[in-house]
Design a protein around this ligand. Structure first.
Ligand SMILES: [Zn+2]
Length: 257
């Protein structure tokens, strides 16, 4: 996003799924990042946005009931979002609302959104994720800039826990903050059990590397020690019922520290 004149509303089109979710977070990072090469992937705003834990990136999704997720995004949610949008951002210069799936807003909800799009607070941006543009009212559509999703559906391939751990260590050794953030972001959907197994597998691998039974991907003694402590923290978080999404957000922020 070289040009800094930003629109207030974007339409992100593509099939529902992790590919589109990731694209939405990348766009949110681009909107919040203050670096000239936004999204730089290195700054605090980028890292938090990419990991899905930025307090100024608000996801508006269908409400999950006890048994099932509601079919539609309802007008009450859009009104609550509009009320929140009137408040100043917490950390960033903007607040980004990711509405997904925006094509599951009923007409009443879309009309409520239209009001917000007609007269948005200066700091608010909206990203509308939809399968196709015709799922949105023409009046809503005409106020959005179209953002492309690269590739659409991109499901994470099933991986064994050991490969998952190895990939994490290699990414950490690579030292690229954006890669680490993306790795962690795409693992935030693991179950608690998988997250537990992940932490164990990372600790096992670190132990083997420390003993010279496995090649060091470039972590060095300090890296091994630091990541081992980070896995202790992960296990501690799990014991305190912190969600995998938040845990991987923590790992995104702290892996390279
Ligand atoms: Zn940045």
């Amino acid at each position: 996003m070289a040009e800094k004149r930003l629109s207030h509303a974007y339409m992100l089109l593509g099939p529902e799924g992790p590919g589109r979710d990731e694209a939405a977070l990348r766009l949110a990072a681009a909107l919040l990042c203050r670096e000239p090469d936004a999204p730089c992937g290195r700054c605090r705003d980028c890292r938090k946005a990419l990991a899905g834990v930025h307090p100024d990136v608000i996801q508006v999704e269908r409400e999950k009931g006890e048994k099932e997720t509601r079919r539609d995004l309802v007008v009450g949610q859009i009104r609550a979002m509009t009320a929140d949008a009137a408040l100043m951002p917490n950390e960033a210069e903007r607040k980004v609302y990711i509405i997904s799936p925006a094509d599951r807003m009923n007409a009443q909800a879309q009309n409520a959104l239209l009001k917000a799009l007609e007269d948005p607070p200066g700091h608010a941006c909206f990203i509308l994720c939809a399968a196709a543009a015709d799922g949105l009212l023409p009046t809503v559509r005409s106020r959005c800039v179209r953002a492309e999703t690269a590739g659409g559906e991109k499901l994470p391939r099933p991986e064994g826990t050991d490969q998952l751990a190895r990939a994490y260590l290699e990414t950490a050794a690579g030292g690229d903050a954006a890669e680490v953030a993306l790795y962690c972001l795409s693992r935030g959907k693991l179950s608690r059990e998988q997250t537990e197994a992940f932490a164990e597998a990372v600790k096992d691998a670190l132990w083997r590397i420390a003993q010279g039974r496995e090649p060091d991907p470039g972590l060095g003694r300090d890296g091994i020690f630091r990541l081992d402590r980070l896995m202790d923290k992960t296990e501690d978080y799990l014991r305190h019922n912190v969600s995998p999404k938040q845990i991987f957000g923590m790992l995104a922020a702290e892996t390279l520290r």
